[in-house]
Design a protein around this ligand. Structure first.
Ligand code: CAA
Length: 272
């Protein structure tokens, strides 16, 4: 696999800088892979992680159509780096309590910046796939939820821990969770902060596939290859259409289908 530093566009970030944050970013043709790479700390995430994710999104090479998000080691991600809540904090990053003392607008702006690390994974031009083994807790679960698709290893364990810590899930995870499992189950899962194992997660629709751990990488490669076999323009237009479906009436959705199809037909006949 070709390893590249992100570069050449706005928000460029070097591989060495990513390594310090505990991330790797590799591009192999149309597939980009983001690896959470702090296995000794179970891929705990910091503000620097989210800011780097956002910059990767901003500078994603144009040829990329599939983005894989994976975690090195036994866990996908143990969520927010709990040092953030301690007076010592994470070296080089603001102590959480200092942030909390700021006015609401500043505080919310900071959260909005963190959310940018997650939001781009939903772009219609790409299909994002989370490869989840072991624990995906809090921010880790939300990162998996930010992806379009999730492949679960048999040992995957998902937990929305935030309410148990006195917080709410604020890294874009609540909407996909409710969309996938429905409101009552989302309330039950979040307010008990219980751990959902891979089998239950699959049954709830939180994963598209469950495989033995040693087959996780191959399963991701197979899914990526299947996605890439589809025409790029059609894939982008279809994802855009599907993403908008819940927010539209049947009539509006039919109109959206017509608009997208008119563009597809024109493109097809212009080619022939
Ligand atoms: N932050 C910082 N360090 C963490 C961490 C975290 N979230 N999770 C694990 N680590 C560290 C441990 O402190 C330990 O470090 P040392 O070796 O230096 O002692 C190392 O990673 C390995 O951890 P364990 O020995 O506990 O590993 P395990 O495989 O037995 O257990 C685990 C894994 C179940 C994930 C467990 O580590 C755990 O429960 N971690 C905490 C999970 C958590 O509460 N995360 C916060 C979620 S809420 C959130 O994310 C908030 C938000 O978005 C706003």
């Amino acid at each position: 696999m070709a390893e590249v530093a992100v570069g050449g566009r706005a928000g460029a970030i070097e591989a060495s800088e990513l390594a310090e944050i505990g991330l790797r970013f590799e591009v192999d043709g149309e597939i980009a892979t983001i690896t959470l790479d702090r296995p000794d700390k179970r891929n705990a995430q910091t503000f620097a992680t989210w800011s780097a994710l956002a910059r990767i999104g901003e500078s994603l090479p144009e040829q990329v159509r599939v983005v894989v998000v994976e975690g090195e080691g036994p866990s996908f991600s143990a969520g927010i780096d709990l040092r953030i809540f301690t007076p010592e904090g994470v070296p080089g990053q603001t102590f959480f309590a200092a942030n909390a003392a700021r006015d609401d607008e500043t505080l919310e702006r900071g959260i909005a910046e963190a959310q940018q690390g997650f939001l781009w994974l939903r772009r219609p031009e790409i299909v994002s796939i989370a490869a989840v083994q072991g624990h995906a807790i809090g921010a880790g679960f939300q990162l998996a939820l930010a992806c379009d698709l999730r492949i679960l290893a048999e040992d995957a364990k998902l937990c929305m821990k935030e309410p148990a810590l006195g917080l709410v899930p604020d890294l874009t995870g609540t909407k996909p969770l409710v969309d996938i499992v429905g409101l009552p189950r989302a309330i039950e899962m979040c307010l008990t902060a219980r751990t959902v194992d891979a089998r239950e997660a699959l049954a709830l629709g939180l994963g598209e596939l469950m495989v033995p751990g040693e087959e996780l990488k191959q399963a991701v490669r197979d899914l990526a290859a299947a996605v890439l076999a589809t025409d790029r323009g059609a894939a982008t237009a279809t994802k855009r259409l599907l993403q908008g479906a819940r927010g539209r009436s049947l009539e509006e959705q039919c109109a959206a289908e017509r608009r997208e199809q008119a563009v597809r037909l024109k493109t097809m006949f212009a080619r022939s």
